[in-house]
Write a protein that binds this ligand. Structure first.
Ligand code: ADP
Length: 684
């Protein structure tokens, strides 16, 4: 159903008003109307409700149609205002129309009212719509402006020539200009005047030309004060209704903070990477250090183990030394006490002949015992210094065993032990080329040990030829040797018992001498023993048969008599007995001998007597020792042979001897034959 039309009629005559309403109803309008006839009511009517049309009489008693029009215009309502008049001149109508009336109609021609109202309503409607649209556009513009001015992003709109049309507050602020007007119409080339200006202008042109938006590009831009900013830029082309590009929108979003974080992250990532590399390098270093450390640790461990072994050995050596010293002093003191004690008894002239003889026997036996100990020590020293010399000659082993049997028979029977020599008397004698005295020494030691360590049962010894060896054994039924000692007893000063309160005498050198001598003779020594059952010591020496013996020229014959009567030999020796011994050895050669008692005298004699052909120099002498004297002598007469003789030879001495310029050294006790040979070599 159609809405009724609300009509305000300004009319003093009610009939006329009804007439007009009726005319409209006839024309098809559904009419609701109100009539006013004075300005006050008119104002009130216009204020209190809305109207679709105002129809006004031109002449009213209280005011005119033009007055009514003026009041109507005050209300600013955009609805048709139509003047109806009984008699209106053309001029009046023009005035009314000029004043703002939409139409005028003669009362006599009222049928024109319907089409006039229809037209005016239509036009009013159009006007209202237009106005609403304009208002809406204006509002939207304001809205948009408010919006773009209040976002922090820089927003601009440019025309197709890249000139700014719109710049929001942020954009104006960033460019450094005071107002939008100042930059409107300008391009970026004019606004920025730097590389960014050129770059951004070109980028905008590209968007305008290609029609493609550019999004999310990042730009580092400096503001008018020179502060650096990072922006994320979006550029969107603007098109009109037909799709033609009319400009572009640029939106610059400040991402400086994000960038800062990104840079920080990058920096920390890089520094982390660097650190990581450093850690990796460090790790490698640590690994190799670790390997080195492990290696050193192992080395240290090994060294430690070696040190522990060395320490144990040293401690053991220390123990051995103490034990040796204790034993030695005991071993030496015992015979020495006897010698001194019984010698003092001999001073007594009252002593009976028998007693004297007995004491002399004791002294002699003790002397022998002492000699044997000293011999052992000398021997082991000689062995250690590599000074053992063999006198090899044909030795009748069978004869030697028989002699030993006779020698020990008494000792064995005194202990109640049976001594057995296990050789077949009818068989041929064993004769071999060897050092008989050394073989005797070895067997003497083994047999005396066997008797010493056996309290009941027997001691058996023998020799037989096996292939190219002579095999000897000495077997006893004595205390035996614990397996753990069976190797070490061959080391110098080693004994099964190491305590002072030993049951058996001895210095622990016998077996080491024996083994060293056996090896020197070219054989081997072993032991087989069970504790409390007995021991068997065996050794071999090479067997050289009769035939071989015949073929061999006998070595070490007594040397022919030396004839050195042309020679003058200087002997530097502080010990008279030693000098006498040398003098005695040299006397058969008729050599002339000079004696110097110290180094100074020796040097003086060489200086004064040019005929001296050879010097025999003791090393340890008072005033000036043999080393110094020889050095000086060698400066005086470099060609004069100087032969050193020493009782103690340790490794340092060898260096000193070499440095001093000696031609040869001989160790004491001097072995006559060797001594003569050496001297003979130096005398022409
Ligand atoms: P010693 O002069 O002490 O006898 P040795 O070198 O001859 O020195 O012997 C070393 C050690 O070997 C002896 O102290 C002893 O403990 C042991 N020994 C040697 N021979 C025998 C043996 N026939 N029976 C038991 N033990 C022995």
């Amino acid at each position: 159903m159609k809405e009724p039309i609300r009509l305000l009629i300004i009319e003093d005559n009610d009939d006329d008003a009804i007439l007009e309403a009726e005319a409209l109803k006839k024309g098809g309008f559904d009419v609701i109307f109100e009539r006013v006839d004075n300005p006050m009511d008119l104002r009130e009517a216009l204020r209190k409700q809305s109207w679709d049309c105002v129809i006004s009489d031109y002449s009213l008693p209280s005011f005119s149609g033009l007055d009514a029009l003026a009041i109507f215009l005050e209300s600013a309502l955009d609805i048709p205002f139509i003047i109806i008049s009984g008699a209106i001149g053309e001029e009046t109508a023009v005035i009314a129309m000029k004043a703002g009336a939409h139409d005028y109609i003669m009362k006599s021609n009222l049928n024109r009212l319907v089409p006039a109202l229809q037209r005016e309503l239509r036009e009013a409607n159009i006007r209202q719509q237009k106005k609403r649209a304009e208002t809406a556009i204006k509002y939207e513009k304001i809205l948009l402006r408010t919006l773009i001015d209040n976002v922090p992003d820089l927003i601009y709109i440019k025309d197709t020539e890249c000139r700014r049309i719109v710049s929001n507050d942020a954009d104006v602020g960033f460019t450094g200009f005071q107002s939008e007007q100042e930059i409107t119409g300008k391009t970026d080339l004019e606004i920025f005047r730097d590389e960014f200006g050129k770059r951004n202008h070109a980028a905008d042109m590209m968007v305008l030309q290609s029609g493609c938006p550019q999004s999310n590009s990042e730009e580092n831009i400096f503001d008018s004060k020179g502060n650096s900013y990072w922006f994320q830029c979006d550029k969107i082309p603007i098109r009109d209704g037909e799709g033609n590009i009319t400009g572009l929108v640029g939106i610059f979003h400040d991402i400086s903070h994000r960038k800062e974080i990104e840079f920080d992250l990058l920096r920390s990532e890089q520094s982390l990477k660097k650190q990581n590399l450093e850690y990796e390098a460090l790790n490698k270093e640590y690994l190799s250090l670790n390997e080195e450390l492990t290696e050193s640790l192992e080395r240290i461990k090994r060294m430690n183990d070696d040190l522990i072994i060395a320490k144990n050995k040293a401690e053991e050596g220390d123990k051995l030394k103490s034990s040796f010293l204790a034993n030695m002093s005991h071993e030496i003191r015992t015979p020495l006490n006897a010698i001194l004690g019984f010698s003092s008894f001999l001073k007594n002239p009252e002593m009976s002949k028998d007693r004297t003889a007995e004491f002399v026997d004791i002294i002699e036996a003790s002397g022998k015992q002492l000699l044997s100990i000293i011999n052992d020590i000398l021997e082991i020293s000689q062995i250690e210094a590599g000074q053992v010399r063999l006198t090899v000659e044909p030795v009748n082993i069978s004869k030697l065993l028989n002699e030993l049997f006779l020698q020990f028979k008494k000792d064995a029977s005194l202990k109640g032990i049976e001594l057995i020599l296990n050789i077949n008397n009818s068989a041929q004698d064993i004769i071999t080329n060897t050092d008989g005295s050394k073989v005797r020494q070895i067997l003497t030691n083994l047999i005396s040990n066997a008797i010493k360590f056996t309290s009941e049962g027997k001691v058996e010894f023998a020799a037989r030829v096996s292939k190219n060896h002579v095999l000897f054994y000495v077997k006893d039924t004595g205390i035996g040797i614990d397996p753990e000692y069976q190797t070490i007893i061959f080391e110098p000063f080693r004994q099964v018992e190491t305590t002072i309160s030993r049951n058996f005498g001895g210095n622990g050198l016998g077996l080491s001498i024996c083994r060293a001598l056996v090896e020197k003779l070219g054989g081997k020594m072993t032991v087989n023993s069970l504790p409390n059952k007995g021991s068997t010591f065996s050794f071999t020496i090479p067997f050289v048969s009769d035939k071989e013996l015949e073929m061999e020229s006998l070595p070490d014959q007594i040397p022919e008599k030396y004839d050195w009567k042309k020679h003058l030999i200087l002997v530097a020796e502080d010990e008279t007995y030693n000098f006498k011994f040398i003098e005695e050895m040299l006397s058969p050669t008729h050599a002339k001998i000079l004696h110097a008692r110290d180094g100074i005298e020796a040097v003086e004699l060489v200086r004064q007597i040019p005929d001296i052909s050879l010097v025999i120099m003791d090393l340890k002498m008072p005033e000036m020792d043999g080393y110094k004297a020889t050095k000086i002598i060698k400066q005086l007469r470099p060609d004069l042979p100087v032969i050193a003789q020493t009782a103690t030879l340790i490794s340092e001495h060898k260096d000193w001897i070499a440095n001093a310029g000696f031609d040869k050294y001989l160790s004491k006790p001097l072995e006559i034959r060797y001594f003569m040979e050496v001297i003979d070599n130096f005398l022409d």
